[in-house]
Design a protein around this ligand. Structure first.
Ligand SMILES: [Fe+2]
Ligand SMILES: [Fe+2]
Length: 383
């Protein structure tokens, strides 16, 4: 795991008062074998290589990569989110461990006949999920959302157009994040959460509004025309007021979405050579990390007070571990990294490592600290 991700994991564990790798008395998930396999497959096939998971139930036996269920899970992965009809060539390697982890998932690497287009899946930042699908406004020609910054445009017009599209997509995702936190504030109040969480939620709404303005500013500059958001549809956003739905929203939007957003923004900032863009990415990375910590703190608070929600937490984590995250589907552009564009393989790697090396160990540590294991819960019920 690279230094950025390692640092993010360390800080999130600290935010929960936990120490990575020691809470359960066993080491965190080791991703090295999957990484090596990914590298070998990636060298040959590049964009057609994906990490996917098979759900076999808690501590269940992970079948070999040749088993039919593994091949079916690989194809299901490519078929998820209307992913563009990619067909499985073969499962390259796996499983990572002989047995599934606490959340019942086994990891494998597969090669497909063309890139898996997961454009319809969850996008960068804290997604605003309604009926499990990200809800976004459309882009409108307007100038009042764009924070104007004196910034040079690349000489290459193709790169400028790509940057304009990239920052418009980010801006719309950040704009939707404001709605996600607005809903979270209402949800916090509905379950009598402490003021510390509500204040942090309100501060996060301010952060996300600023992110959207910064991103619309860059999109307007690179596109040479003002761009901002249109109306955001809200119907169905509060359709399920149950505490399980609140927990699921926070896990998927915050624990997964914000953790990954922080890691991706930090990686993009590290490679970016343009000082203004780099400053925006660093600002976003710092804030998203705080938002991720808020999501994890909320889950910690909820499980400490309502340990009976452990199965719902486990289900939400399992759902997030098998979900695929992707945003752009266009080819990588030469010189893009220097302007803050991550290439597809880097984003895939960050996604896989964030889920396996940060989210899964944090979730396990929380379960170990705040909730009784399944067997103990069952024993209590019998007693
Ligand atoms: Fe954000
Ligand atoms: Fe955020």
């Amino acid at each position: 795991m690279d230094r950025n991700l390692d640092g993010l994991r360390h800080r999130l564990f600290l935010a929960l008062g936990l120490v990575a790798g020691t809470t359960l008395g066993s080491s965190c998930l080791d991703t090295a074998p999957i990484d090596e396999c990914f590298d070998v497959a990636d060298e040959e096939y590049d964009d057609e290589v994906e990490v996917f998971t098979l759900d076999v139930g808690q501590y269940g036996e992970c079948p070999s990569e040749r088993h039919r269920s593994v091949k079916e899970a690989a194809q299901d992965y490519a078929d998820s989110c209307m992913a563009g009809g990619a067909k499985l060539r073969y499962v390259a390697c796996g499983p990572l461990e002989d047995r599934a982890d606490y959340f019942g998932t086994c990891e494998y690497v597969a090669v497909f006949d063309k890139p898996v287009d997961l454009d319809q899946c969850v996008s960068i930042g804290r997604p605003f999920l309604v009926h499990a699908a990200p809800r976004l406004a459309s882009a409108y020609a307007r100038s009042d959302w764009a924070l104007d910054r004196a910034i040079e445009r690349p000489a290459d017009e193709r790169l400028a157009a790509r940057l304009a599209a990239h920052w418009t997509a980010i801006a719309l995702a950040e704009h939707a994040s404001v709605a996600a936190f607005a809903r979270f504030a209402l949800q916090l109040m509905s379950i009598a959460a402490p003021p510390e969480l509500l204040r942090a939620c309100q501060a996060a709404m301010v952060d996300e509004t600023r992110h959207a303005q910064l991103a619309f500013g860059l999109a307007s500059r690179f596109g040479d025309a003002p761009v901002g958001p249109g109306p955001l549809e809200l119907d169905g956003a509060l359709a399920d007021p149950s505490i399980e739905a609140i927990l699921r929203d926070v896990v998927l939007e915050g624990c997964f979405g914000e953790t990954r957003a922080a890691a991706e923004a930090r990686a993009a900032a590290s490679a970016c050579e343009q000082p203004e863009v780099r400053a925006v990415l660093e600002r976003i990375a710092e804030d998203e990390e705080r938002h991720a910590a808020l999501a994890w703190r909320f889950v910690g608070w909820l499980l400490a007070h309502r340990p009976a929600l452990a199965p719902a937490f486990e289900r939400a984590i399992g759902q997030g571990l098998v979900a695929a995250f992707e945003r752009e589907t266009e080819d990588d552009l030469e010189g893009g990294r220097a302007w803050g564009l991550l290439d597809r393989s880097a984003r895939r790697r960050i996604d896989a490592q964030t889920r396996a090396s940060i989210v899964a160990p944090l979730a396990r540590a929380l379960m170990a600290r705040f909730a009784k294991p399944w067997t103990e819960l069952a024993r209590d019920r019998v007693a």
